[in-house]
Write a protein that binds this ligand. Structure first.
Ligand SMILES: N[C@@H](CCC(=O)N[C@@H](CS)C(=O)NCC(=O)O)C(=O)O
Length: 323
């Protein structure tokens, strides 16, 4: 991580835990919003007007939080307006690295070697982890946001006048319900799998894994329609999908969330395939980056050996053309 702009200690997945060995995820620090006219958003500073080609999204294809934003970018038809840079999936001692792997990009803006250099460019005294996603303003050379939940929301509304879209990921009239379901899914599932995988005690693991499967059971029961809120796709579906698609291939083995697989849940499996088949979604999923990335986390898998299966995820993805 960075302390006062300097990289300290080799990269470790867990830098913070509570007294009971529970993994604590850090809070994002760059919280500005792009808006249609550059007026300030709910947090941070103003001055980030929606413009074609002005902003760049830095992502890792292994990362569910980054993939949320990639999916929103695709589904909202913003691919031509917001270019993307993909980091190398392998976690190094200095965190995310650019280039050097099929499907990974060099940093086109500053030729940085590591993602942490983007953070010190944004703030020479930054202290914290150098996470993805990062939304970067190429006009002012500043970081707009490193919080995927906020980026999802701004992509939903800010560019509407430049790229009108029939999809509304956060319809105001069900906003409160979306917020409430997001919250539970985040704690029990999205971050729940990480809490299981990065637990430093049996108790912390037991608590986390119980939450994960309670959530999956609840979602299986809830899914009587196409999506979690019935016929329309919302951001909650995106936030759920990114965890489901990684589950059998990575979390089930590496994070020990192995009571069941998603393949054991008929409705969740059909739901995952339904979302995957939406235009532009398949292209945001790269199974090679996902397995390579997770199984490169040395603290959990010192040899870096990547398991061969399960092959049902690959079959599902290959059935929908390679990406
Ligand atoms: N709250 C952030 C979390 C992002 C995050 O934790 N990303 C992980 C990858 S999945 C990361 O970049 N980790 C690198 C690190 O922790 O050093 C968000 O949702 O945008």
């Amino acid at each position: 991580m960075l302390v006062d702009g300097k990289w300290v200690a080799n990269w470790q997945p867990v830098q913070a835990a509570d007294g009971k060995g529970r993994f604590i995820r850090q809070t994002s620090q760059f919280r500005n919003w792009i808006t249609p006219d550059g007026s300030p958003g709910p947090t941070g500073q103003g001055g980030f007007k929606a413009e074609a080609g002005r902003y760049r999204l830095y992502v890792a294809l292994i990362c569910p939080w980054a993939s949320r934003t990639l999916m929103a970018r695709s589904l909202k038809g913003l691919a031509d307006l917001i270019p993307v840079t993909v980091v190398n999936p392998t976690l190094t001692d200095e965190g995310w690295q650019f280039g050097g792997y099929p499907g990974a990009d060099e940093d086109p803006l500053f030729q940085s070697r590591y993602m942490h250099q983007i953070y010190t460019r944004a703030d020479p005294h930054y202290s914290g982890r150098a996470t993805v996603p990062v939304l970067w303003d190429m006009r002012q050379n500043v970081m707009v946001s490193n919080e995927s939940a906020d980026i999802l929301r701004m992509l939903d509304t800010a560019f509407e006048h430049l790229a009108p879209s029939a999809i509304r990921l956060y319809p105001a009239e069900i906003g409160a319900q979306i917020d409430a379901l997001n919250e539970t899914i985040y704690h029990q599932l999205n971050n729940g799998v990480y809490k299981a995988g990065f637990a430093l005690s049996q108790q912390a693991y037991d608590e986390a894994v119980t939450g994960v499967f309670q959530m999956l059971d609840q979602l299986e029961a809830r899914l009587t329609g196409d999506f979690l809120f019935g016929a329309r796709l919302t951001e909650t579906d995106i936030r759920t999908f990114v965890t489901l698609i990684r589950f059998d291939a990575a979390y089930h083995g590496l994070f020990k969330t192995n009571l069941r697989q998603i393949a054991d849940y008929p409705r969740l499996s059909a739901y995952m395939a339904r979302i995957l088949a939406l235009p532009g979604v398949r292209e945001t999923v790269n199974l090679d980056h996902i397995t390579r990335g997770y199984y490169s986390i040395k603290a959990l898998n010192p040899t870096g050996i990547r398991p061969v299966g399960p092959d049902h995820v690959a079959r599902l993805l290959n059935g929908l053309q390679a990406g």
